[in-house]
Design a protein around this ligand. Sequence first.
Ligand code: IVH
Length: 704
Amino acid sequence: MERPPVETLTPQAAMEELAALARAMAEADVAYHQNDAPAISDADYDALKARNAAIEARFPELRRPDSPSGKVGAAPSEGFAKVRHAIPMLSLENAFADSDVAEFEGRIRRFLNLPAEAPLAFTAEPKIDGLSLSLRYEDGLLVQAATRGDGETGENVTANARTVADIPPRLDDAPALLEVRGEVYMSHADFAALNARQAAAGGKTFANPRNAAAGSLRQLDPAITAARPLRFFAYAWGAHSEPLGATQTQAIDRLHALGFQTNPLTRRCEHLSEMLDQYRAIEARRATLGYDIDGVVYKLDRLDLQARLGFRSATPRWALAHKFSAQRATTLLEGIDIQVGRTGALSPVARLLPVTVGGVVVSNATLHNEDYIAGRDSRGQPIREGRDIRVGDWVTVYRAGDVIPKIEDIDLSRRPADSTPYVFPTSCPICGSDAIREEGEAVRRCTGGLICAAQAVEKLKHFVSRAAFDIEGLGARQVEAFFADGWIREPADIFTLEDRYGPGKLTQLQNREGWGGKSAENLFRAIRDKRRIPLDRLIFGLGIRHVGETSATLLARHYGAWARFRDAMGAAREHVGDDWAELNAIDGVGPILAAALVDTFHEPAARAAIDRLVGHLDIEDVAAPDTAGSPIAGKTVVFTGTLERMTRAEAKARAEALGAKVAGSVSARTDYVIAGPGAGSKEKKARELGLTVLSEDEWLELAG
Ligand code: IVH
């Protein structure tokens, strides 16, 4: 009943699930930043993202402004030198159903404008459950190994990679420059033996082979890595001075010939049916492979077509991860807790008698919202045939494609006779303010705003989180402690901490429990370092509802500088005027996000807090994309009508790659309108505004 196939979702259900996913991922983000033992694994997180992307793909118009679909994994940890990847290390879009794969294939055909009969081959190979690594070879010598990190910047683990037997230290007959990418993993047998050794020595044991591989590769002492049996499969490449082949198949064969292990279950598939056959063949062998896999990856075989398809912000359009399906278990629901989020949302969390689901111990699960607990959807239609969820029930927990655990159903036959329906609170459990559910909303929200300690603390945690200000030494725990003592109430206070509690002050940080002279000094330095901050991180860090990392980046790119952004938000009035139109014309910004921004900048207390913060900062403008020589860099363009030389999607992707901004609607700030046959009101409006209207050919000539 829960998590129905995407193609059966109603728009309403899709909207609710997208909201729930965004919330679950925001929670996971917070949990991740609290300590070294995140609530969910990277794989779980990826899977959440995948479901989100699948729903967005089917309902592009429902894509949320705070959509998590633009993010990749987590930022690199301290301790290793950082490596900026010459070519970003991407993540994969996830699919769960056969129909998602058909949709993927169809989407590629549409993008490339290929009829259904035209041949289109893919490779299918196991998705290894390890961690990805990029190996850089110069003149055949291994010079650097880097983890994925956040996709842009990873960790330099070269010394450790050199201890892995499957990683050749030198290659014969290799291109002068070659970055080989693949997965580091640990076999089941080696994992069991390692855990046995660790246990015997009284050391830490690992939850699963993936954690063991990650923990082993990311050892500061390479001697420890050397003692851990890691393996490596090559499946991709980054920068290279000459092509490895014309197809994925040839390139992988070449990597094999160069001395890398490549997965023997990789097949070239001529048709969708062969792809799905290979998926089932690999799934059937999953249990006997001797290492963990969590799905099958399909890649378009022809590399020239891969290049035409290109990338979305964090995933290639030409590849898909088809995950294996859900794993279930039954356990007791011991309690329901309510968490209050940064924007006041009350989220119910199930506290479970710990149970193992697909190899992972689960003790919490999401309950979505009050309707879900009551056994109905937001239109009042029954879900689970109307069965509600009560404390004391036996429940089925599942993780689909490693998603955050959810409760699927309850067993009425085991319900205690004296159980009572769960009563969802109508006041905030933290500040006691009314918790209101607005018409048409699935979520109940605390109305306490700035007086609600939970919201204030969550906002601060968000502010210091990795994707925002990322202040080393100031994590969720420290924020909670400082908040409790009144040292930090709002982001601006972070930047006056040193003046107030630094050396020579009456109450010194170094006298606090858990702090000493050195850690206090380090914290003050880390805070000083973050006074200079890129514009997108600042916008994201403000924690405005609906503004996720992706939309913060879009806003920063569009406005370029803080003053221009702040002035535009201050000047914009909802639904009127050029500033509102400009904001809404940014591709990826919709009216809900726009309204949240405008509201914030018109709310005196919020605006004053932002101004107090900004007074301490030196904000970096967004550098124009490296599109030197591109005649369309920085121009705002609108496509309308039918394009004949390429699909709309390809045209948009190319224009963006050349530094243009592609908008969805025409305004006085549009530079070019590219009108194909059948263009209607947008072309008309462009002509009325006296804008430059180009034909597709004229556009191609201009863009080069
Ligand atoms: S291809 C540009 N192939 O899955 C595409 N990735 O969920 C790069 N992974 O970050 C990835 N097995 O760490 C690819 N056969 C495979 C894979 C694979 C595992 C991992 C990889 C990636 C993650 C995305």
